[in-house]
Write a protein that binds this ligand. Structure first.
Ligand code: HEM
Length: 386
């Protein structure tokens, strides 16, 4: 192994534990709590790679290999041009002459590589040790979900097409509190890639965040357009965490989801946390809030939950450590028989969860979008790079 590579590996391995549980309380609690996913500790190398590419350093250049593959591809195919594709290798199928042209103006069509570049730039800014649990990834997932979850299948209004949360009526909706953090960091990416629409950018960022946290590959298509303030949806389309089964079904059936898809989507609560100054609720759902795993379901089933004694809204904490939480809507997933059977399936088999989450989340991000192309991109994780 080359010295530089060895040094890098050693540096990343040393920081893995710190990155995995950036908050001392989370690290400490892991030692006394046995129901969390074992993947976090069982796959240090993968996490090390993830850490490396989530660092504040610029994402690694594709370098010689990329150029070589590009040249080969061009030679073999007689010029790649615009490639709607799902193969990771095809990221490089860009005609060098095309690449020199300015990325703007009539007739210019972004290639898969242009979108992968956006993906890589988002991946490079995810980590920030001064923010929450050390990563913006969870709040980017929440932005993508809240931008899309306003969809109403009857009136065909709302959804990710439009990025109307840029405007005050929708930005100010209670459910969207705190999402300004996500919109602001993506603004930096938009300045570098001004050709991408906000609605494509926000959904792509959610895909990037999930993949870079070790989650499944989520098929993604470009083609959303930004709308103006008139397209803002009325308040109340997103779920209220203090409610239960009936409300959850009303909200998600309105978007066009079934029970299985609802349970799959809620597995995203494996990542991130509640903030008292945003939703009023407090705490993370898992001990590994920056890693996408099936641990939400395991913890939900295996833990003894008690009401949190505090002046805030009704929520649950784990009896053993008092540091994990569940919302009333989360608890509804184990109380309701139909929901519970999927919770059990996902707790028992992470691959099934990943497959069904990827399908449901991809669907969520596409609700109400009039795409012209059927084929989806599958972005390459920066963590799979070595
Ligand atoms: C019944 C449905 C849902 C309810 C009631 C709900 C409620 C909440 C609440 C109250 C928070 C805390 C916000 C804060 O204080 O910062 C939150 C965070 C979060 N939610 Fe949900 N959620 C639901 C569904 C979903 C879905 C479908 C996804 C994605 C597929 C999702 C992803 C997230 C993520 C990633 C966070 C963490 C954000 C962060 O750490 O900043 N949620 N959710």
């Amino acid at each position: 192994m080359a010295t530089a590579a060895r040094t890098l590996l050693s540096r990343t391995l040393q920081s893995t534990a710190r990155q995995a549980f950036p908050k001392p309380t989370l690290r400490r609690n892991l030692a006394t709590f046995n129901t969390t996913s074992t993947r976090t500790t069982a796959q240090p190398l993968r996490r090390a790679r993830q850490t490396r590419f989530q660092s504040t350093e610029a994402a690694p250049k594709k370098g010689g290999n990329g150029l070589l593959l590009g040249a080969l591809a061009v030679a073999v195919l007689g010029g790649g041009g615009y490639a709607y594709t799902s193969g990771a290798l095809d990221a490089y199928l860009v005609d060098p002459e095309e690449a020199k042209k300015p990325k703007t103006g009539k007739g210019w069509i972004p290639s898969f590589k242009d979108y992968q570049d956006v993906y890589n730039d988002i991946a490079a800014i995810l980590e920030d040790n001064d923010y929450d649990d050390g990563s913006y990834a969870p709040v980017l997932v929440r932005l993508g979900w809240h931008a899309s979850g306003t969809y109403d299948k009857e009136t065909k209004t709302g959804g990710s097409n439009g990025a109307t949360m840029r405007f005050e009526p929708e930005a100010g909706h209670g459910a969207n509190a705190g999402l300004v953090v996500a919109r602001d960091i993506l603004e930096k990416i938009r300045q570098k890639h001004p050709w991408i629409t906000y609605s494509d950018l926000w959904t792509l960022a959610a895909v990037c965040a999930i993949q870079e946290m070790g989650g499944p590959i989520i098929p993604w298509r470009p083609g959303r357009t930004d709308k103006d303030v008139a397209a803002c949806t009325p308040d109340g389309r997103l779920p209220d965490a203090s409610k239960e089964h009936k409300h959850i079904r009303e909200i998600f059936y309105r978007m066009g989801f079934n029970d299985q898809e609802i349970v799959a989507l809620l597995g995203a609560h494996a990542i991130g946390r509640c903030h008292p100054d945003r939703s009023g609720f407090d705490g993370p759902w898992t001990f590994s809030p920056t890693y996408f795993t099936n641990s939400f379901y395991k913890i939900l089933l295996e833990t003894k939950w008690i009401y949190k004694k505090w002046k805030g809204p009704v929520q649950f904490v784990d009896q053993e450590s008092g540091s994990l939480m569940m919302l009333p809507t989360d608890m509804a997933l184990v109380k309701d028989k139909e929901f519970r059977k999927h919770v059990e399936r996902y707790a028992a088999d992470e691959k099934t969860f990943f497959d069904e989450f990827a399908a449901a989340f991809g669907k969520l991000l596409e609700l109400g979008v009039p795409f012209e192309k059927d084929e989806s991109f599958r972005f390459k994780r920066t963590t799979d790079d070595e």
